[in-house]
Design a protein around this ligand. Structure first.
Ligand code: MG
Length: 285
């Protein structure tokens, strides 16, 4: 879930090894949920069905959905079909159609710690224009992640994302941002997808090892302007054009940024992930 400007949050924190293990575990569970959602997303499927699938899967691993109850949000996933930027509540009335793009954003809490991930899925065959928007948004996320290193600042991430978006002739959404994450879903610093010091104050935050950030470009085909539906949740593009969203939870290390929301069975790198392969509580593995 992206952060709205002005939402209160605790200060940036460096996580302990135990906390990082819990976040990696939550992230792997999310990666499995993402795979399940990708497989299920087809014409005729409803957003409510995807929500139920995600909730069941997250709970089967002994985790809980991070967003359920957060700011009174009622569901496990947020969905964002076509001109929706983020945060629609999944209902049976949202039915996937051939040619749609749909953003899916979800979090899981394990052992007190959260991870947060989002992706935009193509339903069947989508237009070339939509394919391009997805590719641009993914490239923006990758560019941002590449800057998430010790010695850099939040501004390095924001500027890298903005550059990719701008070069493609698209717009980064301004009223929502990425964020620090850990014991809370939304922690400082904010991680905006553009540089504008009049709008956000965290650009000079130095990245330290053990910090964890949710980096999440929200990219519009047309104008950056968005409007909020009367439900108080659904952000749409003001011009009705498409919007896409991709997100990973990233751990700052002295070396390469570590993606906590990727799948994978094997321990990676320094062995910190040993024993973290998630196992459904009710099935064993
Ligand atoms: Mg988020």
């Amino acid at each position: 879930m992206s952060r709205r400007r002005g939402q209160r949050r605790p200060p940036p924190s460096r996580k302990t090894r135990r906390q990082l293990l819990a976040m990696r575990h939550a992230g792997r569970i999310l990666a499995r949920a993402v795979e399940a959602i990708r497989e299920a997303a087809a014409p005729g499927v409803t957003a409510l069905e995807l929500d139920q699938l995600a909730e069941d899967l997250i709970r089967s691993y002994g985790a809980r959905p991070s967003f359920k109850g957060l700011y009174n949000y009622p569901a496990t996933i947020c969905v964002a079909p076509n001109d929706v930027v983020v945060h629609s509540i999944p209902t049976a009335a949202i039915v996937l159609r051939e040619g749609d793009i749909i953003g899916v954003d979800l979090g899981a809490q394990y052992d007190g710690m959260h991870a947060d991930v989002a992706l935009t899925i193509a339903v069947g065959e989508i237009t070339e224009q939509a394919q391009r928007l997805l590719a641009v948004t993914q490239a923006a996320l990758e560019a941002g992640i590449a800057q998430a290193c010790v010695g850099h600042t939040v501004q390095d991430i924001a500027a890298a994302v903005e550059q990719v978006v701008r070069d493609a002739g698209c717009s980064a959404v301004r009223v929502l941002s990425g964020h620090g994450i850990g014991a809370q879903v939304h922690e400082a610093p904010s991680v905006p997808n553009f540089v504008d010091r009049a709008m956000f104050s965290d650009y000079d935050t130095k990245l330290l090892s053990g910090m964890t950030l949710a980096i999440e470009p929200m990219v519009n085909e047309g104008t950056a302007e968005v409007k909020l539906d009367p439900d108080g949740w659904t952000y749409r593009t003001a011009d009705g054009k498409l919007s896409a969203h991709f997100e990973h939870t990233v751990q700052i290390t002295r070396g390469e940024p570590r993606l906590l929301t990727l799948g994978g069975e094997q321990p990676e790198g320094d062995g910190a992930e040993e024993g973290t392969t998630p196992t459904p509580a009710d099935q064993g593995e």
